[in-house]
Design a protein. Structure first.
Length: 695
């Protein structure tokens, strides 16, 4: 019995099989956007009419096709905004249950992730039930990873795993791709399994991980960790073959410990943005799957640990690189995924002149099956950051269309900003408490050209006794260690042969010029650079002339030290998005206290984790003050924006770190945005300047 249709019965044939056919007129089709399901009950009776077995399932009606190299669901090209995930949890190991699955999928849905790759093995069947119900596309991966593909003795094992995976999972509408293993080399078993999968299930396309489709006659070209420039070339070449070009593992999420500090994760956005600019552009790129969702963290209680671990949480530092930590606390880069994957895109500039009394917004609806009229647009009008009027509206914009959204301004309301929260009402056709909706994306629009906010007065007079700042130079080399895994090895620079004017100057106020030679702390006798600095009229000018070997620089700048009462780190910066959550370390403006750094990277119990000592990029100004707002302040010209953070000094002092450059982690995806990194070679010079004073 299917849904509300009358039951269908049948008798077994000579082979012992029963074929039942139900015609469904105008079916409610299943997709990740509209996960419509029909209840199906199958009952088996013996010759006497006694029920011997009953099976209940929820099934979806949908069709997967590839036309002219374009991957389609129900006849519409879709984008798989994907994530790679391991089935693991710190306190449960691999015995993961529905609670963890639902937590993951709920967070993914809120981050606009619509597809999951089951790397590198099938999960428990309940996971696929949830993907059917909540609306996720799944690349179901057959469990072969780094296997001997040319070993004929292994062929029966390969085939058995294929048969069992497909027999169990074939009735799930969420499964849209059979992914044959992970990153295996060429070999006869690749072709044997590919052919077997086609025979077992001809309704779904196949791919061989990291292989060309032509090698084994499958339906996708697949690549991992590909530069956005190469993605464009591959998309064009693949289109000539009438094949989709998919990226089942790309780009790579950054390993936290390979950066200067936790704030480096906020600079991940351009990596993903460049890959997805190409993905959105080409119809024959059906999507990509980020590596990876969560830390591969296990808090086992066995006293001997094969890797470095955090004694406080018991978590091993193996691949500390998830969008969420092992306990599923989000990291800063998750918000960037949400924004770049957003199916609703609105240009930042609002039009207030074309139609009097209205705000006109230029929008793109990247949904495939959803009109924006189905999404709740909850709006607020703000004045000086405070809401003066609220309401809700439903914009009309069909799927895959661009157009103008008109917002009628309420009469008699004075506001400088319009904020719109686009909220999805629910996961299913019948909303319930467990199917409550989620925020898709939030945008803010400037309605009136606002004057720069009034800032605390900055005086060129320096805080009393402020010492000349410490020169901050750090080089970084990422290494693989069998115990520590991939981490950054850092070496600091130190000043040697320092000459100042006046000769005995100690404080910044007394200093006019400084010249010094620089050496690495582990090679004190080898001069690598010359440093020249001048302080006059509240401005610090500096130049670094590089004399050493070519090297990757992680940090270059200055460190100011203040007494322990100066513990409020504040900033204003040029941010990427028009709206950020209040606790996000990348928000445009804020104040952070030292206690936010009292968090373990392996269990991020605070949403503002490491806010105080996280780099804030592209700062207009930054300060380190006491609770009353008095203290040290640095300001930067628009062409001299610096990267700033708080820090901890000796004897309970606090620091204001003002860097010309801070490199993010450098690993598989470092080549996507080369301008984020600094590599100095002999003859290079680095110049900078900023104003320093009292607030």
């Amino acid at each position: 019995k299917l849904g509300d249709f009358a039951p269908i019965t049948g008798e077994e044939d000579a082979k012992g099989s029963v074929v039942l056919t139900q015609v469904v007129d105008n079916p409610k089709l299943w997709s990740a956007e509209h996960p419509n399901l029909y209840p199906l009950t199958v009952t088996l009776k013996d010759a006497q009419g006694k029920v011997s077995e009953t099976v209940f399932r929820k099934i979806g009606i949908r069709e997967i096709t590839i036309e002219n190299g374009v991957f389609k669901v129900n006849g519409m090209p879709v984008k798989l905004q994907g994530i790679c995930r391991h089935d693991i949890y710190p306190s449960k190991g691999s015995a993961v249950d529905e609670e963890v699955w639902k937590k993951d999928l709920t967070m993914m849905k809120a981050a606009n992730i619509n597809a999951v790759r089951t790397s590198h093995y099938p999960y428990g069947s309940g996971f696929y039930d949830l993907c059917d119900e909540m609306g996720f596309y799944v690349a179901d991966e057959l469990p072969y990873c780094a296997c001997p593909m040319d070993d004929k003795e292994m062929t029966p094992a390969f085939l058995q795993r294929a048969r069992e995976t497909i027999a169990r999972d074939k009735n799930h509408p969420c499964v849209v791709i059979w992914a044959i293993g992970n990153e295996n080399g060429p070999g006869i078993n690749q072709k044997i399994v590919a052919d077997a999968v086609r025979e077992l299930d001809p309704t779904r396309p196949r791919l061989n991980s990291w292989r060309d489709a032509a090698e084994n006659g499958v339906e996708f070209n697949d690549r991992h960790y590909t530069n956005y420039k190469d993605m464009e070339k591959q998309a064009i070449a693949s289109a000539k073959q009438n094949l989709p070009m998919i990226y089942l593992e790309n780009p790579n999420i950054w390993e936290v410990r390979n950066g200067a500090d936790y704030g480096c994760l906020d600079s991940y956005a351009p990596v993903l943005q460049r890959c997805w600019d190409v993905t959105w552009k080409y119809d024959n790129i059906p999507g990509g799957f980020l590596w990876e969702w969560q830390d591969r963290a296990v808090a086992d209680k066995f006293p001997k640990k094969p890797y470095e671990y955090d004694p406080a949480t018991g978590i091993q530092y193996v691949k500390t690189k998830g969008l969420v930590d092992g306990w599923r606390n989000p990291r800063p880069d998750l918000y960037h995924v949400k924004m770049i994957y957003s199916p609703i895109v609105i240009e930042p500039k609002a039009d207030r002149t074309s139609k009097p009394g209205y705000v006109i917004l230029s929008a793109r609806n990247r949904y495939r099956f959803t009109n924006l009229s189905e999404i709740n647009a909850n709006w607020q009008l703000l004045r000086n950051g405070k809401a003066v009027r609220k309401g809700a509206i439903h914009f009309n914009l069909p799927p895959m269309k661009s157009g103008k959204l008109e917002f009628e301004m309420p009469k008699g309301v004075s506001a400088d900003t319009l904020r719109i929260d686009f909220n999805h009402p629910a996961c299913g056709p019948k909303p319930s408490a467990k199917d409550r909706g989620w925020n898709v994306v939030t945008y803010q629009f400037e309605l009136v050209k606002q004057d720069a906010p009034k800032l605390p007065t900055m005086s060129a007079d320096l805080p009393y006794g402020l010492k000349f700042p410490e020169f901050n130079l750090v080089k970084c080399v990422a290494v693989r260690d069998p115990v520590k895994w991939q981490i950054a090895v850092r070496t600091r620079g130190r000043l040697v042969n320092v000459k100042t004017e006046p000769a005995m100057a100690v404080t910044l106020a007394d200093m006019r010029t400084m010249d010094a030679e620089v050496a690495w702390e582990d090679e004190p006798g080898k001069v690598i650079a010359k440093l020249h600095a001048e302080y006059s009229g509240g401005k610090l000018n500096y130049r670094v002339d590089w004399l050493g070997d070519e090297v990757d620089i992680q940090e270059l700048g200055w460190v100011f030290e203040m007494p322990h009462t100066f513990d409020h780190f504040s900033w204003k910066r040029e941010a990427l998005w028009s709206y950020y959550p209040e606790t996000h370390i990348g928000r445009p403006q804020g104040t952070a206290l030292p206690d936010s750094a009292n968090v373990h990277n392996t269990n991020l119990t605070r949403p503002d984790a490491f806010d105080f000592n996280s780099t804030k990029y592209n700062c207009d100004w930054a300060s380190l003050t006491d609770a009353e707002g008095h203290g040290l302040r640095a300001e930067f010209a628009s062409d001299q924006l610096h990267q700033c953070k708080g820090g901890f000094g000796a004897d309970s002092t606090y620091r204001l770190v003002v860097n010309k450059h801070v490199s993010p982690p450098k690993d598989y995806s470092g080549g996507q945005v080369p301008e984020q990194y600094m590599r100095l070679k002999h003859g290079d010079s680095v110049r900078g300047e900023f104003y320093i004073g009292s607030e």
